[in-house]
Design a protein around this ligand. Structure first.
Ligand code: T4K
Length: 388
């Protein structure tokens, strides 16, 4: 392509939250106002928990005020301690949920195709202090749950999954939360399904669910009994009400995202140096992000060149997840954080670029974005002269 595409007049972000009709939301608000129940497991909370069994499966669901508190509560409820094996290719919340409890995250390299924890490298990282495996379904790509489950069982380890991006993901017909001891889902505004801020943990063990409920409410068992050192990480009624409105929109949103993915796929699939994510199926994948990879070795154009040039066209793509968590200040001096221990994660972290991906973007904008990405890759890091 030799004619330079036009810039966008307005900034285009990596995502925009799905919002229900305002009147639909205010109907729920009216009910909340009438009841004067604003938190602590009120009717909206109860109803949302019930509705989420559809996308999240039959496990026990505990709702939270955000995904990070959900993870921190799960780490405590699972009684993890010492060292826990995890991935460096994730959001800060993953290792922080361990370190906050004084647990050492042990970073293990990822698989190049799924970008999730590589089971072949887990065994070598297990020590007598290891109590669990904490893997992430990155972008909603399922981890190798069978292999991780086998290792955990053989070595007596707990398995916690960070499924922040995996709302509705299925593996061989089973909801992703069927695997491991517990799975966290984030309901942040940037997620496919959201409650502005929020999250959930899904688990199969009823005792674990009871512990989670206790811990998220100060450890209070009843008016006169505080059983454990808990925190306050409860989802409130306004969050739950928003969730009840948004959950009805998810299927249509996924269909729109699928069309956008097809546009990106068809327009960018043949661009040298760009690798597409695997084809996603709206029935079994979350369609949370559309993340391409740009291999500098092919054309000399780096991911950062493209990322920076896109901003000049008013496109704010994101480098999820760069830098790696193992390079963050609290973790970078760990022996396992050495780049030589994490070569795949470093390569992937240097290549990924999440393109704008949300239903309201529309296919016409996705076409324009694709043309700009292709143009930028073709013209490299040269100073691009912008059309008005
Ligand atoms: N584990 C993993 C693997 C995660 O990815 C995350 C969160 C967590 C755990 C923790 O879950 P939570 O505690 O957050 O529930 C965002 C989100 O804040 C974060 O939830 C998410 N992962 C992470 C991948 O992305 P930022 O710093 O990139 O977000 P921000 O504010 O730059 O938003 C990105 C774009 O989205 C903006 O440019 C515009 C748009 N946006 C954002 C918000 C908040 C909107 O249009 N409306 C909005 O309200 O972290």
């Amino acid at each position: 392509m030799s004619v330079e595409p036009r810039s966008f007049e307005q900034p285009i972000y990596v995502t925009r939250p799905m919002l229900p009709e305002f009147a639909v939301f205010t109907k729920h608000l009216e009910a909340i106002w009438q009841s004067a129940i604003l938190s602590n497991g009120g009717p909206q909370h109860v109803e949302l928990e019930r509705r989420l069994h559809g996308p999240l499966g039959d496990g026990h669901i505990a709702l939270f005020n955000n995904g990070t508190n959900a993870l921190m509560t799960a780490v405590k409820a699972l009684d993890l301690s010492g060292e826990v094996i995890t991935t460096p290719f994730t959001f800060a919340a993953t290792p922080h949920a361990l370190a906050w409890h004084g647990i050492k995250p042990v970073f293990v390299d990822i698989d190049d195709s799924t970008m999730t924890l590589d089971p072949a490298r887990i065994e070598a990282a297990i020590t007598e202090r290891t109590t669990g495996i904490f893997a992430v379904h990155v972008y909603g790509n399922p981890c190798n749950v069978e292999a991780i489950g086998r290792i955990a069982q053989a070595r007596g380890l707990k398995v916690l999954y960070d499924g922040a991006h995996a709302f509705g993901t299925k593996v061989e017909g089973q909801p992703i939360a069927a695997f491991g001891d517990a799975t966290m889902f984030s309901f942040h505004a940037t997620k496919l399904f959201h409650t502005a801020e929020g999250g959930a943990v899904v688990m199969n063990d009823l005792d674990l669910k009871r512990r989670m409920e206790l811990l998220k409410n100060f450890g209070i068992a009843d008016e006169v009994t505080v059983r454990s050192v808990g925190i306050n990480s409860k989802m409130n009624e306004i969050q739950a009400a928003l969730g009840l409105c948004v959950v009805d929109l998810v299927t249509a949103e996924k269909a729109k995202r699928h069309e956008i993915a097809n546009v990106y796929r068809s327009r960018l699939g043949a661009v040298p140096s760009i690798t597409m994510p695997r084809q996603q199926n709206p029935d079994t994948d979350s369609l949370q992000y559309f993340c391409i990879r740009i291999d500098r070795d092919v054309t000399g154009i780096s991911r950062d060149d493209v990322y920076n040039q896109l901003k000049r066209y008013n496109i704010f793509a994101r480098r999820y997840f760069y830098p790696l968590c193992s390079d963050y200040e609290p973790y970078r001096n760990f022996p396992d954080s050495a780049a030589s221990n994490l070569p795949v994660a470093h390569r992937v972290g240097d290549q990924v670029l999440c393109l704008p991906f949300y239903g309201a973007l529309g296919t016409a904008y996705a076409e324009r974005i694709s043309d700009i990405v292709a143009y930028v890759v073709e013209h490299g890091s040269d100073e691009v002269v912008h059309a008005a």
